[in-house]
Design a binder for this molecule. Structure first.
Ligand code: CP
Length: 310
């Protein structure tokens, strides 16, 4: 079996192009499995996985759980709202208590950037980052790139624009790293106030005009405005944002080519994207969700081969 160069999935930054291709090839096999009449394999019968969600999630949590069930792993689930964290327990104590129940892999979402890196220095279980604050969301970026690869064959030389709230988005940063490692050209588009100043220094193009960005790209990845992470106002009103950066059918019709439209979810219909576009033939939003299960099966499978119980 081909081996990943990492023992944990902390972020896309730590992966190389070969790692990403190994994950994609493994996901290809698992995609065939989940489309068979019997959608389950016994591969991870002896593996126990803890899903630790210190922040809300719908897609990522369900997708990881389904991936684990399809691989026949044992699962325990934890969410911060109902935990002893509220009684003052530290992250390391919480995780070590869970690990003493003989857990092999931890899938964690946490609001603090770097929480997974910190945890990896203190525990032996394999760690998969399901989102750390505004930092990285590696499995989302992998499923996004896998979905583009499925449509366009390869990422090399493809032009991808990420539109919206780049400043507060872990999806944007992980996508930028993954797309660049796979040879795609990356642009971000949005109001200047929502684009980090460092972005052009990491080889990303910046465009404030959505029409020009759409004319340039093969793929548009539309992001949600993350109001829950904004402590000040970054633009005058949602109405103005929608007028300047919302993707609508008339705007798609104005550009003279067929582009692929993506969204990591959750969608705010009528703000960053209209329902007409989200549900159109340009959209691969539901393919992204389907591919998320195969990608997460691949990552869990590849990291499980590195578990050392001796
Ligand atoms: N795309 C994504 O991370 O969605 P959730 O927050 O619902 O997991």
């Amino acid at each position: 079996m081909k081996d990943l160069s990492v023992d944990n999935l902390l972020g896309i930054k730590q992966l190389n192009e070969n790692d990403i291709n190994i994950i994609f090839e493994t996901a290809d096999s698992f995609k065939r499995v989940i489309n068979r009449p019997i959608r389950k394999v016994p591969t991870l019968r002896d593996i126990t996985i803890a899903n630790l969600f210190f922040e809300n999630s719908t897609r990522t949590k369900l997708s990881f759980e389904l991936a684990q069930k399809r691989l026949s792993a044992d699962i325990i689930n934890f969410s911060a709202g109902s935990s002893s964290l509220k009684k003052g327990e530290t992250l390391i104590d919480t995780v070590n208590n869970i690990l003493s129940m003989k857990v092999d892999i931890v899938v964690m979402r946490h609001p603090l950037p770097g929480a997974h890196q910190f945890l990896s220095r203190h525990i032996d279980a394999k760690i998969i980052n399901a989102g750390d604050g505004t930092h990285e969301h590696p499995t989302q970026a992998l499923l996004d790139c896998y979905s583009i690869r499925e449509r366009l064959g390869s990422l090399k030389g493809k032009k991808v624009v990420i539109v919206g709230d780049i400043m507060h988005s872990r999806v944007a940063l992980s996508n930028i790293f993954a797309l660049q490692k796979l040879g795609a050209k990356v642009m971000v588009c949005g109001p200047t106030t929502l684009i980090p100043k460092y972005i052009s220094q990491i080889g990303v193009l910046v465009e404030n005009n959505l029409k020009k960005a759409l004319e340039w790209c093969d793929v548009a990845n539309m992001l949600r405005i993350q109001l829950e992470r904004q402590d000040i106002s970054y633009f005058p009103s949602l109405r103005e944002y929608k007028t300047l950066y919302g993707l609508s059918k008339p705007m798609l019709d104005k550009i003279n080519k067929d582009i692929i439209v993506m969204h990591p979810g959750p969608i705010n219909r009528g703000v960053e994207i209209t329902s007409e576009v989200a549900d159109s033939s340009n959209s691969i939003i539901l393919d992204q969700v389907e591919n998320g299960v195969a990608i997460r099966m691949a990552i869990i499978y590849l990291l499980s081969s590195k578990i050392n119980r001796i």
